[in-house]
Design a protein. Structure first.
Length: 566
């Protein structure tokens, strides 16, 4: 519910949000990235709305092992006609749902990466992967759930046949490391196009992802481009940076203390922070049956509330984790929208700081640098006050229960990654992570074994890079190297065994791919490729596959020694 904001908070927010949509946007319009696509007149329909009865029948009967398979299939004619034919035929003797789907849809297979020779080293393998992960689909067929993009883009791999928001930042880091600067720029321009077209960057370029976003790394992407071409990048993408901020802050101007609206939460003391959210409160089309079953287990809650929290958990990128669970173990207890996450608010601090920098670099946006700098400063104060545990780590805050979520997770290092932590708190955070999350294969996501994929014992490439980069920023080089070298050794060990890179890794004693979650382990894999290249360059670990087991053995030995010391 929205109410009048406290007088102290209104002018600054109103001015800054006005700048987002006003003078600075107009001043920089001609510098915006060029595209060759015409924006759609209205948002395209999602599969669950385009052919509702057929959609529900296919997902309910589990026609395919992966619920995402059907929503990615291409209708061969008008979905309304297909659905009408289904309703007319389904009661007829001998009707076969599988044959009906086969006759009316073109199915998609996983991204194929098997063409690479088996005798390549790790770096050569990654360089050979990039072309296999590129998609060029400006003209998407009618009725597809895929959203058109003006430039080629890199997909993660496996079942993920579309571009994903936060994955792409780590992929772009790898592209730049491989000298693929133009490809990285094209990815950035695609995201700028999505912001201009839909008002935000969706979870991925699918119709069923439009109701939410993902962790906001767009400002980091612009920063990466600025390292390549200089300050001109800040001026070029200022309009999109502002629109991105407007999306995440929608409703902030009129929000009363102790209430929330969409992504924005105003705490009881007036502090303004953010949460994950989704505009819809129905089962996710790409995981429809999973969500229906989860909601059925939550017998004391409205199903729509559970669906919203599941969708918000998907927006977080941590789908799913004990971070979002009321009882820390059961998915049906999920309450993502009640939680103010430390990683999201760290990223929005970076967005505000980048906006201040972009305004300062742009003569046509005079004055807005001061406003965005003030917003960043206010967020820093709120993070320091509400997202820090006296036990020595950053963590999440439950705004409904008005208490910290006392849980050490890999998200604790985001404040170091964006530079919002004080040196003293950075040191304490490093000590806590080393004592509680360091494993033989890198940093564990959390300390809890729940069966969810964003929990122990899994380690994820983006979180390893957040840790390494954040720790190095504060002079914690030894711990950064320990984490980076161990994860790299884990990647090399699995590559030596199976000649592939995967979405997630087990970081406990046994070198293997990660488990848990709603789908099988995927290979490819965009963000692992990118982070691996960065770690190889930083720590000069051996790239040839025959030595990888030795690197892992050394990492295991170090871990055992530290465990004894602790």
């Amino acid at each position: 519910m929205s109410h009048a904001a406290p007088p102290c908070c209104t002018p600054l927010l109103s001015l800054s949000l006005g700048l987002l949509l006003g003078t600075a946007d107009t001043a920089m319009a001609e510098a915006a990235p060029a595209t060759t696509l015409t924006a759609p007149a209205s948002p395209p329909q999602t599969p669950d709305l385009a052919y509702p009865e057929l959609f529900q029948a296919v997902q309910q009967q589990e026609l395919f092992d992966d619920q995402k398979h059907f929503v990615d299939a291409l209708p061969l004619r008008d979905p309304a006609l297909i659905n009408a034919d289904y309703l007319a035929q389904r009661q007829q003797p001998g009707f076969d749902l599988r044959r009906f789907v086969a006759a009316n849809f073109e199915e998609s297979g996983p991204v194929q990466t098997e063409a690479i020779r088996q005798d390549t080293g790790l770096r050569e393998h990654i360089d050979a992967l990039w072309p296999l992960l590129v998609r060029r689909q400006v003209d998407v067929p009618p009725y597809s759930s895929l959203l058109s993009l003006p430039h080629p883009y890199v997909v993660p791999g496996g079942r993920f046949r579309e571009v994903y928001y936060w994955d792409s930042y780590f992929t772009m880091l790898g592209l730049v490391e491989s000298g693929e600067h133009e490809r990285s720029r094209q990815m950035l321009d695609n995201f700028a196009y999505l912001i201009d077209t839909y008002g935000h960057i969706p979870n991925g370029n699918r119709t069923y992802y439009l109701s939410r976003s993902q962790p906001p790394f767009f400002s980091h992407m612009v920063q990466l481009q600025a390292k390549v071409e200089g300050d001109a990048a800040y001026a070029r993408y200022l309009p999109q940076l502002q629109k991105e901020y407007a999306y995440w802050m929608e409703g902030a101007q009129t929000l009363a203390p102790g209430s929330a609206h969409a992504h924005v939460v105003r705490l009881a003391d007036g502090s303004l922070l953010n949460r994950y959210w989704d505009a819809r409160d129905t089962p996710r089309p790409e995981a429809w049956l999973h969500d229906v079953r989860t909601a059925a287990e939550a017998k004391d809650r409205p199903a729509a509330e559970v669906y919203r929290d599941l969708r918000a958990g998907a927006e977080s990128g941590w789908d799913y984790s004990s971070r979002w669970l009321g009882d820390r173990k059961t998915l049906a207890s999920i309450r993502t929208t009640a939680i103010v996450p430390v990683d999201l608010n760290s990223l929005l601090y970076h967005l505000e700081s980048t906006l201040a920098l972009a305004c300062a670099k742009n003569p046509g946006a005079a004055g807005c640098d001061t406003d965005y700098a003030a917003l960043a400063s206010a967020r820093k104060t709120a993070i320091d006050k509400h997202l820090w545990s006296d036990a020595g780590y950053y963590t999440d805050y439950d705004w409904q229960q008005r208490r910290l979520r006392e849980q050490v997770t890999a998200a604790a290092l985001y404040p170091l990654f964006v530079g919002v932590a004080s040196p003293a708190r950075a040191k304490r955070s490093a000590d806590t992570v080393q004592a509680q999350l360091l494993r033989p294969g890198g940093v564990a996501t959390t300390r809890l074994h729940t069966g969810q994929q964003w929990d122990e014992p899994n380690g994820w490439a983006p979180l390893q890079w957040i840790a390494v980069d954040g720790l190095r920023r504060y002079g914690q080089d030894a711990l950064a190297q320990r984490i980076g070298s161990r994860f790299l050794a884990r990647v090399q060990a699995l590559f030596a065994q199976q000649h592939k890179l995967v979405e997630k890794y087990g970081v406990d004693a046994q070198a293997k791919g990660g488990g848990g979650g709603e789908y099988a382990l995927q290979d490819g894999f965009g963000w692992t490729n990118g982070v691996t290249l960065l770690l190889m360059d930083l720590y000069a670990a051996p790239a040839a596959t025959p030595t990888a087991p030795h690197a892992q053995a050394q990492a295991d030995a170090e871990a055992e020694t530290e465990a004894v010391a602790l």
